[in-house]
Write a protein that binds this ligand. Structure first.
Ligand code: 5GP
Ligand code: ZN
Length: 135
């Protein structure tokens, strides 16, 4: 339920300060300490879960609904032009805090964020082969 060594569990418990902006029975949301853009927030389940593969279905559902709530608020109150939801699952995917979280990042037409990959058509045989593995 809670990991005493986890900083996000400590935020849930009120043992570490945070700028909390939303909460419900299963989730809390607070401002990211190193914001990518104005309004960058994190939504987390109250119950400790390391990542996407481990979070309970009810907590995942509550967390994504809270992210939607915040995204709508971002449009209304920050007048952003877009929103990215980002979840990183494990170190290879940039996860640095191992308590599941969704980044809610307001986007502005003139902000400096860029896609981390360069879109280019892939090899059709490779795409089909990996699709077969995933079916
Ligand atoms: P990750 O890299 O795991 O996807 O995201 C972790 C996020 O947590 C980072 O964006 C980082 O800035 C944020 N973060 C790390 N420590 C703290 C903290 O103590 N308080 C808050 N509010 N955010 C934190
Ligand atoms: Zn935790």
């Amino acid at each position: 339920m809670s990991d005493p060594d986890c900083i996000f569990c400590q935020i849930v418990a009120g043992e570490l300060p945070s700028q909390k902006i939303d909460e419900d029975e299963r989730t809390i949301a607070f401002m990211d300490i190193s914001p990518a853009t104005r309004g960058h927030a994190l939504v987390i389940p109250r119950a400790h879960a390391v990542d996407l593969t481990e979070i309970a279905a009810e907590d995942l559902q509550a967390t994504i609904l809270a992210a939607q709530r915040l995204a709508r608020r971002d449009f209304e109150r920050l007048h952003c032009d877009g929103v990215n939801l980002i979840n990183s699952c494990r170190s290879a995917a940039w996860q640095t805090v191992f308590h599941f979280h969704i980044h809610v990042i307001p986007r502005y037409d003139d902000d400096p964020l860029r896609l981390p990959w360069t879109p280019a058509p892939g090899d059709q045989d490779e795409i089909a082969a990996v699709a077969e593995v995933l079916r």
